[in-house]
Design a protein around this ligand. Structure first.
Ligand SMILES: CC(C)(COP(=O)(O)OP(=O)(O)OC[C@H]1O[C@@H](n2cnc3c(N)ncnc32)[C@H](O)[C@@H]1OP(=O)(O)O)[C@@H](O)C(=O)NCCC(=O)NCCS
Length: 516
């Protein structure tokens, strides 16, 4: 069996790249016989035919299901996908790919006048479609890259329709309900939860790394003086830059995996200290050094507020932090990976992540969500306020999500944390959440908009004493763990991320006019 040779110089068609003759089976054969033929011919599928007409397809994925079911003697008809989609041989590769990509098929029968003449694999279509000029492809890429898979990862994933996300192999919410942030941090870095000895070794490794290097610490008052009203997250960008330079970070391209891991841990441990120091200086208070006797989240509140927090408050913030460490290929994580893909140093990638997170459509929403709850004030005012926002075309902060089309599991967990803490704004928040979801369903009926993680984030942090300007910085202080794990993964198997755009301006080349 051969791949058809290219015969024309123009855009390639399915007929030119398909494999032919196709390997076939009949519906009444056993799957064992069909599997034998797939193995012998080294193909990933057989097209099931009635005469020369395709009536089904059996793929290696079906074989896996069959083996799991231990029914190798069953007939092909029982396991095949009936009436498979097919493609004509004269269709251009790019068009075929665009039309079939969203279905998740791997092999497509090529059919001419109802007769099977070949098979084409989605992998071949994809490979060839991607070397076409960008203008042939751009219309196929959804705006905002929604749903586009850009990498493989072993770190975690989000399943939007199920309302589920995970870190490594564990449900992230289960981790947030039962584990410390140090355990989850270890899981993300090492790929497994720590045992007792690993936990104490990791604690011993990270606690000293919370200290801000002396030269960076000395520069902080000057940085705050230069921009006294700046958001703490904006000052964090500046200080992470300084931290990386002062610690001598080199381009990730030139740094080995263990050095990059060391840098990652250093930045993750130092970011909370930097944020608390900056925020205190902005409030005219003195910096509080990290307390090596406190676990991560309690120490964070201690450095921020100057008092050892209650276990309830420390746990509330810890659960929020665990739940926000990672979340698929969100905008800031993607940004950090893009920067790492250039070989730039780890600090540059983290600074990019901070910049992306600061936007109100990503991490900048929790203080705005709490502002909304405050502006509403009492339940009687909720309806009019919420309707007005949506009707004038604005967004309700803390609602909607690119991936979740059902309840955001982080929001559900944080609502229960807010209940446990008896958060002062809880009653109004619950009413606002319920009415906002109903009003959004009424005014945006096709959109499936629910409260997201940011909605109760502010309520929980407010209940734990975190000042409003530190809401998004607290998000950054946990998400930095996620960013750096992604940076390590990207650097370990790197290829420059460099997509294309479709040019839609005036047609070039036009003569360059002489200067006026
Ligand atoms: C998170 C968010 C950016 C996702 O955006 P997205 O997937 O690109 O969704 P879109 O921007 O395509 O919006 C789809 C539709 O839903 C509407 N919509 C989405 N979120 C909305 C919200 N919070 N309030 C009102 N309408 C909203 C949009 O106006 C749009 O409606 P239209 O098609 O009639 O114009 C968006 O839901 C949002 O802006 N939410 C508010 C900010 C926020 O809470 N961010 C934190 C995210 S964790």
């Amino acid at each position: 069996m051969t791949a058809a040779a290219s015969t024309t110089a123009g855009p390639r068609t399915v007929g030119e790249i398909m494999s032919h003759p196709p390997v076939t089976a009949t519906a009444d054969e056993t799957v064992a016989a069909a599997a034998d033929r797939m193995h012998a011919q080294r193909v990933g599928s057989v097209v099931v035919v009635d005469g020369s007409r395709p009536v089904g397809i059996l793929t290696e994925r079906d074989l896996v299901r069959i083996v799991a079911d231990d029914t190798g003697s069953a007939s092909v008809a029982h396991w095949m996908t009936p009436d498979p989609d097919s493609v004509a041989p004269d269709v251009e590769v790019t068009q075929a790919f665009a039309r079939l990509a969203e279905h998740g098929y791997r092999h497509i029968p090529v059919v001419e006048e109802e007769c099977l003449i070949g098979v084409v694999s989605m992998r071949d279509l994809m490979r060839l479609a991607q070397i076409q000029p960008a203008d042939k492809l751009a219309h196929d890429v959804p705006r905002g890259l929604e749903g586009v898979v850009v990498a493989e990862t072993t770190i975690g994933d989000v399943r939007g329709l199920e309302g589920f996300y995970h870190y490594r192999q564990y449900n992230a919410i289960d981790l947030a309900e039962t584990r410390s942030i140090e355990d989850v941090w270890y899981l993300l870095f090492e790929g497994q939860l720590p045992d007792r000895a690993q936990r104490s070794a990791f604690d011993a490794e990270i606690r000293p790394l919370r200290e801000i290097p002396a030269d960076v610490k000395a520069a902080l008052p000057e940085i705050v003086r230069a921009a006294p009203d700046a958001a703490p997250l904006d000052l964090l960008r500046t200080t992470v830059s300084l931290l990386g330079a002062s610690l001598g970070f080199q381009p990730s391209l030139d740094v080995g995996a263990s050095e990059l891991r060391r840098q990652a841990l250093r930045v993750c441990a130092a970011v909370p200290s930097l944020l608390c120091a900056l925020s205190r200086l902005q409030r005219g208070q003195s910096i509080i050094d990290p307390n090596p006797d406190l676990p991560h989240s309690a120490n964070y509140l201690y450095m921020m507020l100057g008092e050892i927090p209650t276990p309830e408050h420390a746990r509330g913030v810890e659960q929020y932090m665990i739940a926000t460490i990672d979340h698929g290929f969100n905008a800031s994580t993607f940004t950090a990976r893009v920067i790492t893909s250039t070989g730039a140093d780890l600090a540059a990638a983290v600074i990019g992540g901070i910049g992306a997170l600061s936007g109100p459509l990503h991490g900048g929403a929790p203080s705005r969500a709490l502002d909304t709850i405050d502006a509403i004030g009492t339940v009687e005012r909720a309806d009019a306020y919420l309707r007005d926002v949506v009707e004038r075309g604005d967004r309700l902060m803390g609602f909607g999500h690119r991936v979740y089309k059902t309840d955001d599991p982080r929001n559900v967990m944080l609502r229960s944390v807010a209940e446990r803490l008896q958060a002062p704004k809880l009653d109004v928040a619950k009413y606002v959440e319920q009415r906002a979801v109903e009003i959004l369903a009424e005014l945006k009926p096709d959109r499936k908009l629910y409260a997201n993680v940011e909605f109760y984030a502010g309520v929980v942090m407010d209940a734990c004493g975190v000042p409003r300007e530190m809401f998004t910085p607290t998000f950054a202080s946990s998400r930095v763990i996620g960013w750096t794990v992604h940076i390590l993964e990207q650097a370990a198997d790197n290829r420059l991320i460099r997509p294309s755009a479709q040019y839609v301006g005036p047609p070039p080349p036009q003569p360059v006019p002489p200067p006026a």
